[in-house]
Design a binder for this molecule. Structure first.
Ligand code: IPE
Ligand code: IPE
Ligand code: MG
Length: 260
């Protein structure tokens, strides 16, 4: 039964109305435009990826400063294997290097780091670095930083169904959203309130298909390496101006607004 009472926990936005506040509790970002940033400067595409990592570093700090507790970044999609082999290999090395150089700093800042996606396709050294980083930072509480790597939204839904059925063979086809949610990537977090895509494209590209059901979408032409604090604050301002109705009418929200 759908409830009308706002809930603070990681509940499904289609089953009960999530708690809403001025700042998103969870931001999910498609970091797009690295290649075009580099091309504009007559640089190789990989130079854009390198600069993109600097944006990530700055953004993590900006989230900490603003008290945003969950940040999920799309780093490599299940479709990005279709890119030229040398670019794929550079991206894998960049991810491994970033894990090595950043993890201690993230840990010192009380940040929990994890990777979502099918990591079984990665080199063993990368898989190990991912697992070690997650283990080291598992108890941290200031910010949960989830990096989506070899991630696809359809893969996520399928793996969740498979794992749920393996764990509960009795469920068969008689299961609910609540049964499935814990098996989805990010199932332990509130659903993203704000989805940002840089780089000018207005598509989801197989990112968090299930989890973005009621996110507010924000698209900007800004290329990812240029996505600075001013650009981030513009996205947050846009979010604050949205009316999140979750199926209700605007009039139904008026008493809530008066109570604030
Ligand atoms: C996003 O930038 C980063 C990854 C997909 C890894 P792109 O590499 O897609 O940059 P554009 O879209 O070509 O500019
Ligand atoms: C989406 O960006 C994936 C990441 C940002 C990692 P792409 O640049 O690969 O998306 P499409 O293929 O243009 O939609
Ligand atoms: Mg792109």
């Amino acid at each position: 039964m759908a409830s009308d009472t706002p809930d603070a926990g990681p509940v499904s936005s289609t089953l009960s109305i999530p708690a809403c506040s001025e700042f998103p509790r969870h931001i999910a970002i498609v970091m797009d435009g690295n290649g075009r940033w580099a091309r504009k400067r007559m640089l190789p595409r990989v130079a854009g990826h390198r600069r993109g990592l600097e944006t990530v570093r700055r953004l993590v700090r900006q989230c900490l400063e603003r008290g945003i507790p969950n940040l999920t970044l799309f780093a490599f999609s299940s479709e990005n294997w279709r890119r030229p082999a040398d670019e794929v290999s550079f991206l894998m090395k960049l991810l491994l290097r970033a894990l090595h150089t950043e993890v201690l700093r993230l840990h010192a800042n009380n940040i929990r780091l994890r990777v979502i996606g099918d990591i079984s396709r990665f080199e063993p050294t990368l898989q190990q670095a991912i697992t070690q980083a997650a283990t080291l930072t598992a108890g941290n509480t200031a910010l949960t930083l989830s990096i989506a790597a070899n991630y696809g939204g359809r893969w996520d839904i399928l793996q969740a169904v498979k794992r749920m059925q393996a764990a509960n063979p009795a469920l068969r086809d008689d299961f609910t959203e609540d049964d499935l949610t814990p098996y989805l990537s990010l199932g332990d977090l509130p659903e993203p309130d704000l989805f940002i895509r840089t780089g000018g494209e207005q598509r989801v590209s197989n990112f968090l298909l299930w989890q973005l059901a009621y996110a507010e979408y924000y698209f900007t032409d800004c290329l990812w390496p240029d996505f600075d604090e001013v650009a981030f604050d513009a996205a947050l301002l846009s979010f604050r101006q949205r009316e999140r109705r979750f199926g209700r009418t605007s009039e139904q929200l008026v008493p809530q607004r008066a109570a604030i």
